[in-house]
Design a protein around this ligand. Structure first.
Ligand code: MN
Length: 739
């Protein structure tokens, strides 16, 4: 081995040892057995990943070590999680199997790794962040909360090292992070991780804006520091006099939250005034925590006038994710409002590191707050009324909204999202209570179902066995649970009624001697301006349509017969709406090559998909559905920005049809090589060429050929033949030619 390489290898080994030692230091309070177990996991991971390197070029093992360290340091997780984090990529990326893991580390670790592997299969290895995928991910995650926490650590490290990824990967990962992982971290009370994920996402998705805010924050930091010092000095003096131990800091708001404010209020950076908050953390004995915090509050407001509307007491009633703190906004001498956060060091650690820190203080394994949350998710997942897309919307709604807390007549506390109505509360108690709810008593006063609850309300629900869920209920519920239960009940009611309408229509068509083909149905749907078959039947059953209009149908539209052309032109935005409706109903797979196709589709020229490729459909405004490969260069952008316009697509037997595809060939320039290539293509394999283009520079040629093939197998066969030609160095598929 050359001396340089040996030197480099030695340096790498040393760096790995150092990083492992750092992990061990971070794994606080471990027993001898724990240390042995962590060592074993490290050895197994090191061996399994020994040939692998990350995109940055460094040995792969640095990644699992870093993830395990985040688990220990930043989420306060224990040995099981550290072990699982060290091994998290082994089953997916190396020869190790789940059975190997189980026999070496036991069932618990194996189960966590299994969950992590499944999530990775769904999210990391498809280009799509579709609703169905999220459902799968959440089901897996909700089985063991450690799966979510380790996945968050994994994602955080990937975000921290995103620099070396390709641009499109960066965008995909950044958009997923903002869409799924940051809200999850928020919901779990991992405030620091949530903030860092958001900031990193912004850094890669909007690099210029990020850099601008970052530099402006830097430029104004001296002014802020001076302000904070003078603002705090009277508080410090009096806290010292009172004998309270504390630390006091100016906490800058995150770049992402400043950016969000600029965007929402449509103002420049200079007009965002609350760029920081003052945080006072007391070092209190457990029994003194609350009293100390209120004493600090009293001292602060001795000097600065508080805004009475802006006092938040999350100490007496912690937030659903475990957050405890006292927030107030006070007027500074310069006339600006300043937010002051007051909490004990225990509360501070929970606020930053989430519930795992909480367990540490409780000294037990009470995971009940997580469990409540996970139960709610599970509940929702098991009863998916409506499409997966609505599911994501509803779910996200719940993730982002803040919470209120209300009481049952027995005095039990329930958390609900902000804006929740009495009806939401009823569904929160029980599905049947919700479905039969006719009103409520809030603080002993009778109120309508739509009544918006406030924190502290005591709510009693009044039911009637005759009551049924109604359409307009959807206008005043905000919880995912209530929405999904109401929707599914409405759908059932509607289906029963629609069944009559269907029979009525069939009878009518028969008497008019029209076929009830799917084409005719579509025409009828268009005529009555409804959005789906179900709606059509439903309205007919309610007698809203005059079916006699169908008599005149044939001369008005001239085509109530099965059409000869199988494709229906989709050319206006009304049609787009219609497509989106079909999409919403979940009846959404484009089958490419199916006769009597219900969708109008074309294969997109940007990536030229052929049978065998993994594909999806994208609903365009004017061109019907475009089929793209899932790894099309445009796919990421389409999928993350227009998820609601994505439809599933699959291929169906079209052996007789040929599809256009591009091949790039490079090789050594040689007389006759073009001839050899074209001969193989057209004579030996009977493949038709659309175009051929060859260029050569300095003895190397590069050719682009557009050919018609049946599917990916056919294309592969062709590529293999071409590769065998003397002088050909590389044959690769290309998405489109630069014709
Ligand atoms: Mn990983």
């Amino acid at each position: 081995m050359p001396a340089k390489a040996a030197e480099r290898e030695e340096a790498e080994k040393k760096a790995v040892r150092n990083s492992y030692a750092g992990l061990l230091r971070a794994a606080k309070k471990r027993s001898k057995t724990d240390t042995k177990l962590i060592r074993k996991a490290f050895d197994v991971a090191l061996e399994a990943h020994k040939e692998m390197r990350r995109k940055s070029g460094e040995p792969y093992i640095f990644h699992p070590i870093a993830v395990a360290r985040i688990c220990a340091d930043e989420i306060n997780l224990g040995t099981t999680s550290i072990v699982a984090a060290l091994l998290h990529d082994t089953v997916e990326d190396t020869n190790l199997t789940l059975d190997d893991i189980q026999s070496m580390f036991g069932k618990k670790v194996a189960k966590i790794i299994d969950g992590l592997t499944k999530i990775s299969e769904v999210i990391d290895h498809t280009n799509s962040i579709q609703a169905e995928n999220f459902r799968k991910v959440l089901v897996t995650m909700s089985e063991d909360v450690r799966v979510i926490l380790i996945k968050l650590a994994d994602r955080l490290h990937n975000m921290r090292t995103l620099e070396s990824m390709r641009r499109d990967k960066q965008l995909k990962i950044a958009s997923e992070t903002l869409f799924l992982y940051a809200p999850l971290a928020h919901r779990l009370g991992l405030y620091n991780i949530k903030t860092e994920l958001e900031d990193l996402s912004l850094k890669y998705s909007e690099p210029e804006i990020y850099a601008e805010i970052e530099s402006k924050l830097k430029k104004t930091s001296d002014v802020r520091t001076r302000f904070i010092r003078s603002f705090s000095s009277p508080i410090r003096r009096n806290l010292d006099l009172a004998g309270i131990k504390y630390s006091i800091q100016g906490r800058p708001k995150s770049i992402f939250s400043i950016y969000t404010k600029m965007k929402n209020k449509n103002v420049p950076f200079e007009e965002i005034y609350d760029l920081f908050a003052i945080r006072i953390v007391t070092r209190s004995r457990p029994e003194r925590e609350k009293a100390d915090c209120w004493q600090v509050y009293s001292i602060v407001t001795d000097f600065y006038q508080p805004n009475p509307d802006r006092l938040r007491d999350w100490i007496s009633t912690p937030k659903g994710n475990g957050y405890e703190s006292l927030h107030t906004t006070v007027m500074s001498p310069s006339g600006k409002w300043v937010e002051v956060q007051i909490r004990s060091n225990r509360m501070d650690e929970i606020a930053e590191k989430g519930y795992a820190a909480h367990w540490k203080y409780k000294g037990d394994n009470s995971e009940s707050a997580y469990d409540d949350w996970l139960n709610r998710i599970r509940d929702y997942l098991q009863d998916p009324a409506g499409s997966a897309l609505e599911f994501v919307d509803d779910f996200k709604l719940n993730l982002f909204s803040d919470e209120i807390f209300v009481f049952t007549p027995q005095g039990d506390l329930r958390n609900l999202p902000q804006g929740a109505s009495a009806l939401d509360f009823a569904f929160e108690i029980h599905t049947q209570v919700g479905a039969h709810c006719i009103g409520a008593k809030v603080n002993h006063k009778l109120v309508p179902l739509s009544y918006q609850l406030k924190s502290g309300d005591q709510v009693e629900i009044i039911t009637s066995s005759k009551q049924k869920p109604k359409e307009d209920w959807l206008k005043f519920v905000v919880t995912a649970k209530a929405r999904s239960k109401i929707k599914s009940s409405l759908k059932d009611q509607k289906r029963t009624i629609a069944e009559n309408g269907k029979q009525m229509l069939e009878k009518k068509l028969k008497s008019l001697k029209y076929r009830s083909s799917s084409y005719n149905l579509k025409e009828i749907i268009k005529h009555y301006k409804v959005t789906s078959e179900l709606d059509l039947y439903y309205m007919i059953a309610l007698d809203r349509f005059d079916l006699n209009e169908l008599k005149e149908f044939d001369y008005k539209n001239g085509k109530l017969e099965a059409p000869s052309a199988t494709q229906v032109q989709i050319d206006d935005s009304e049609a787009l709406q219609e497509m989106l409706q079909i999409r919403k109903k979940g009846d959404d797979t484009v089958v490419i090559g199916e006769e009597m196709e219900k969708f109008d589709y074309t294969l997109s020229p940007c990536c030229n998909p052929i049978p065998g490729d993994e594909v999806f459909g994208f609903i365009t405004i004017n061109d019907g559905i475009k089929i793209h490969k899932t790894n099309c260069p445009n796919a990421m952008q389409l999928m993350s920005n227009y998820a609601y316009r994505i439809v599933k697509a699959r291929w169906m037997g079209q052996e007789s049809i040929a599809f256009l595809s591009g091949i790039k060939i490079t090789g050594i320039d040689d007389v006759g090589i073009v001839n050899a290539i074209t001969k193989i293509i057209s004579q030996e394999l009977h493949v038709n060429m659309k175009s051929i283009k060859f260029e050569s520079h300095d003895g190397i040629f590069e050719g682009q050929i557009m050919v018609f093939v049946h599917d990916t197998k056919h294309l592969k066969q062709l590529s293999e033949k071409l590769r065998k030609i003397d002088g050909v160095i590389n044959v690769a598929r290309i998405d489109s030619t630069s014709e």
